[in-house]
Write a protein that binds this ligand. Structure first.
Ligand code: HGY
Ligand code: MN
Ligand code: MN
Length: 399
């Protein structure tokens, strides 16, 4: 059996980011494409039949493709400067779990597929879980085709370059019908499992979350010749808006709000920016309160911008309501992993998008510091290797 650590070691050099540290593996980049090739080779070596569906999701089949199959999977793309486990752990554990199930001589009552979802992080085209959103029809294909990355490349062009036909992306009834149950194994993102507790947990729900873009418009001008009282500086407004985001979220129990990305246009040291774009990530268990929080932030941003002689617009880029995992599947997970606690998570996953359409569940693997979306994301070797056994236990009970 190939250990999960051995599988992860094989991709440890792929997509390393020398500037940010960690890994930068945007969808359809050389790094992510190399990882997809690695996955395909590992799946083929196990006798699995690999196909790519019309939304760019990889499927590796143990048994014939069929309706109502058991499906497990995750993603191989990363955030900029991400860790080694967010996504790849679930893929490596799935490959190794197939080895475990074969070694156990498990008799299948249905086929098992491993899926790799593209653009889970939304790091390149802005919309998280783009592959599963397309599969389930949660995003309009036209909107998806026209999403642009920072270099101006559309998703349609990137998909075409990756060998897909962008005219054929969108809800895929046949592919969806193949998912009888979906289980995603993932590194825990947060300290829910502590340092000394059990190595794995079952998932109960995913916090509702969304992304919004705030555009602050000002007057571009010269840094040396423009008097302080004459400025309409969107950077000054943006700085106050970021503080307002923090304050608004802190005032709402259970809320999380982040500005993790900001861009000044044109972006010169001696240039007063003409425009600043900032991206807001906001989350709350109650979707109505997330909407209220964003409205509050928008109102504050408008006042701040006006005071600085600027204007601001807000546009929603994506939203995922709070998702609850299938109760039947949760019970199966408890039966297979009786020591595992059940955790809610604040992180989004393809399993959350699928949960609205098919029975979906998750298994989380201990991350001692809880740090994620950072090069410091960490899983003990023993826990990574055990994750294949734990996933195999869950899958065996469902096969
Ligand atoms: O953004 C998220 O919550 C996830 O890690 N994709
Ligand atoms: Mn992930
Ligand atoms: Mn992530």
């Amino acid at each position: 059996m190939a250990a999960v650590t051995t599988l992860l070691e094989a991709i440890s050099g792929t997509g390393r980011d020398p500037v940010r540290g960690g890994y930068t593996r945007p969808v359809f980049s050389t790094a992510e494409t190399d990882l997809r090739s690695w996955f395909t080779a590992e799946a083929v070596a196990r006798g699995l039949g690999v196909e790519t569906d019309r939304n760019g999701i990889l499927w590796a089949w143990w048994g014939e493709p069929q309706k109502g199959a058991l499906v497990t999977g995750s993603h191989l793309d990363s955030v900029p400067g991400g860790g080694a486990f967010d996504g790849p752990l679930g893929i490596a554990a799935a490959l190794a779990a197939v080895d475990v199930l074969k070694e156990r001589g498990v008799q299948r009552n249905r086929s098992l597929a491993i899926t790799v979802f593209p653009e889970e992080e939304g790091s390149r085209f802005g919309v998280a879980c783009l592959g599963s959103r397309l599969l389930t029809g949660a995003i309009d294909p036209d909107r998806a085709r026209n999403l642009r990355d920072d270099g101006g490349t559309t998703f349609a062009d990137a998909a075409r370059a990756a060998g897909l036909d962008p005219e054929h992306i969108g809800r895929d009834e046949d592919a969806l019908a193949r998912i009888g149950d979906f289980v995603e194994l993932h590194v825990a993102q947060g300290r829910g499992l502590g340092e000394d507790g059990p190595a794995v947990a079952g998932g109960s729900s995913i916090l509702g979350h969304g992304r919004w873009k705030l555009t602050v418009q000002g007057q571009g001008n010269h840094a040396g010749t423009t008097l302080m009282e004459d400025r309409e500086d969107p950077m000054v407004a943006a700085a106050q808006i970021i503080t307002a985001v923090q304050q608004a979220a802190a005032a709402l129990p259970g809320a999380r709000a982040t500005v993790g990305r900001i861009q000044a246009v044109p972006g010169g040291t001696n240039v007063i920016a003409s425009r600043v774009e900032l991206w807001l990530d906001a989350r709350h268990e109650e979707d109505a309160l997330t909407a209220q929080l964003v409205e509050t932030i928008h109102g504050k941003a408008q006042k701040i911008a006006a005071f600085e002689g600027c204007s601001v617009t807000l546009a929603q880029e994506s939203f995922s309501p709070t998702a609850t995992f299938d109760p039947g599947l949760q019970r199966q997970l408890q039966l297979a992993l009786p020591q595992a606690p059940v955790l809610a998570t604040g992180a989004g996953h393809d399993a959350g998008i699928l949960a609205g359409q098919v029975p979906a569940g998750m298994v989380f693997v201990r991350n001692p510091s809880g740090i994620s979306h950072s090069p410091q994301e960490y899983v003990e070797d023993a826990d990574a290797d055990y994750s294949a056994q734990a996933l195999a236990d869950v899958l065996e009970g469902l096969l």
